[in-house]
Design a protein around this ligand. Structure first.
Ligand code: NAG
Ligand code: NAG
Ligand code: NAG
Ligand code: NAG
Ligand code: NAG
Ligand code: NAG
Ligand code: NAG
Ligand code: NAG
Ligand code: NAG
Ligand code: NAG
Length: 387
């Protein structure tokens, strides 16, 4: 009875709809950039390509045993990759340039999305920018570069077992950042400062960049990420590694999306991992499910290879945690970001590590009703740190 009453109170609190947000004045350019990767370590998968859904689901059982599958007990063969990928990106900059527009925020999306995670609109309300981080950042004076990670069209879709692996994705982010900093991307003016803003898997990659190439970033904003792997089995169980080509055959034909491309079953599974009820518009959930993108067997096979301790990173760090993040906090982030937390300890050489727990949101922070509240926390931080 007590809990029921609390629940009703919460429902009444969010009864008022979030108000629409107007578009700011900024220009965007979309383009494809060729990003080379050199001699990246690959794991040869110690199992054949999944023959069917049964084999893929069995793999979800395997990875739920230990996050670094196959782990130290089962040695794997290694090889290397040297190639060049196509990366689809979008550069946005305020129409009126100012001191902040020379800071470039590199936005890396997480699993299940393309870069529209940072620029999300409902088809019925194309002028309502309440879910667009890019719009908010431009309004605050910043330039942004968002990009589709590997495997997300029209970026290259590599082999999901043998090539689309974690260290390759990291190499793409470091390669893209190096090109930007050198002023070698025609469409992107050479920035004075570069900060990396990630969501979830994109935060893991941004954290790893700070670990392997600390000089490539001037500041980090890590959203929906705690550095804890304890709770990831909840996500794995929620998806049970459904084959993308069977789940959305029209969008993911098996000719392009082999059995190594995986997803969760439906929008309620999406809700379970990404949304906190009742703090979202059901139309947003429906849209997110209709426009979702797969993850890969190779990513889960190699996730444990990404470094996260970044003692050499000196720039400031902001963690923006989702209060009810299922994947990184078991649905309660309160208490997991203190001074002794794994999150804060990863950056023991940083001049500043701030943590903030955004209330009333699940893992997919930008898709909740108070998205602009979260954006302002980030943009307040960038401003305070002189970016
Ligand atoms: C590639 O990296 C491996 C270590 O991962 C190193 O032993 C090898 O010399 C490198 N090859 C080249 C051509 O740089
Ligand atoms: C490693 O490669 C060797 C030679 O190709 C093969 O016999 C062995 O089964 C491989 N081991 C794994 C774990 O893939
Ligand atoms: C932005 O776009 C407008 C309209 O296309 C154009 O007139 C203006 O020059 C552009 N501004 C910048 C800074 O590129
Ligand atoms: C940028 O381009 C210059 C001139 O072609 C080249 O010397 C430099 O190595 C490039 N830097 C990167 C990071 O690609
Ligand atoms: C791929 O999809 C087509 C069309 O749905 C189907 O006929 C075919 O059996 C599938 N191939 C495999 C290997 O699953
Ligand atoms: C993101 O995916 C949706 C659904 O496939 C698509 O309509 C949209 O154009 C994509 N955006 C980008 C930037 O790739
Ligand atoms: C910082 O953390 C690293 C491990 O990431 C550790 O080796 C180092 O001793 C720590 N430094 C301090 C000052 O605690
Ligand atoms: C979340 O965790 C904190 C710290 O352990 C605890 O005090 C709080 O009651 C928890 N909140 C909920 C809603 O369970
Ligand atoms: C919206 O987010 C801001 C910034 O975190 C917070 O101060 C505010 O309480 C949030 N509002 C609701 C209704 O959750
Ligand atoms: C940041 O937030 C604090 C506290 O809410 C506020 O006092 C300050 O004005 C904000 N700063 C900026 C630059 O928005």
């Amino acid at each position: 009875m007590f809990f029921f009453a609390l629940f009703i109170a919460a429902l009444l609190l969010v009864g008022a709809e979030a108000t629409a947000v107007a578009k700011n004045a900024y220009n965007c350019t979309s383009f494809v950039v060729r990003v080379p990767v050199d001699n990246v370590t690959l794991v040869v998968p110690p199992f054949p390509a999944f023959a069917d859904q049964y084999a893929a689901t069995a793999f979800s059982n395997e990875v739920s045993k230990q996050i670094t599958f196959p782990g130290p007990a089962a040695p794997v063969n290694l090889t290397t990759l040297t190639t060049t990928f196509d990366i689809s990106a979008e550069y946005c900059t305020p129409v009126a340039p100012g001191p902040k527009s020379t800071t470039l925020q590199i936005l890396t999306h997480g699993i299940g999305f393309n870069r529209s995670y940072w620029d999300f609109y409902l088809p019925a309300t194309p002028d309502d920018a309440q879910y667009s981080y890019i719009n908010r950042a431009a309004g605050a004076g910043y330039s942004t570069l968002s990009w589709n990670r590997l495997g997300i069209e029209p970026s290259t879709i590599p082999d999901p077992y043998r090539e689309l692996q974690s260290l390759v994705e990291l190499a793409v982010l470091t390669g893209l950042t190096a090109l930007v900093r050198a002023g070698n991307i025609t469409e992107v003016p050479r920035p004075h400062k570069v900060i990396h803003v990630g969501h979830s898997w994109g935060s893991i990659l941004s954290n790893a960049l700070a670990a392997v190439a600390p000089s490539l970033s001037d500041g980090l904003v890590l959203t929906a990420y705690s550095r804890l792997v304890t709770y990831q089995n909840l996500f794995i169980a929620d998806t049970s590694f459904h084959l993308a080509s069977l789940n959305q055959p029209d969008r993911f034909p098996n000719k392009t999306y082999s059995t190594g491309f995986l997803t969760w079953p439906d929008k309620y599974a999406n809700q379970f991992s990404f949304f906190l009820y009742p703090y979202f518009d059901p139309a947003v959930l429906t849209r997110a499910e209709a426009t979702k993108y797969p993850f890969t067997a190779g990513e889960f096979l190699t996730a444990g290879a990404l470094p996260s301790a970044a003692p050499g990173f000196q720039g400031p760090v902001l963690y923006l945690a989702a209060e009810a993040d299922l994947i990184f906090c078991g649905s309660n982030c309160t208490g997991l970001f203190g001074p002794d937390s794994a999150a804060v300890q990863a950056f023991n050489g940083s001049k500043s590590v701030e943590t903030y727990i955004q209330p009333n949101v699940g893992h997919g922070i930008n898709l909740h009703k108070n998205a602009t509240g979260a954006y302002d926390v980030v943009l307040n931080w960038t401003s305070r740190h002189g970016f």
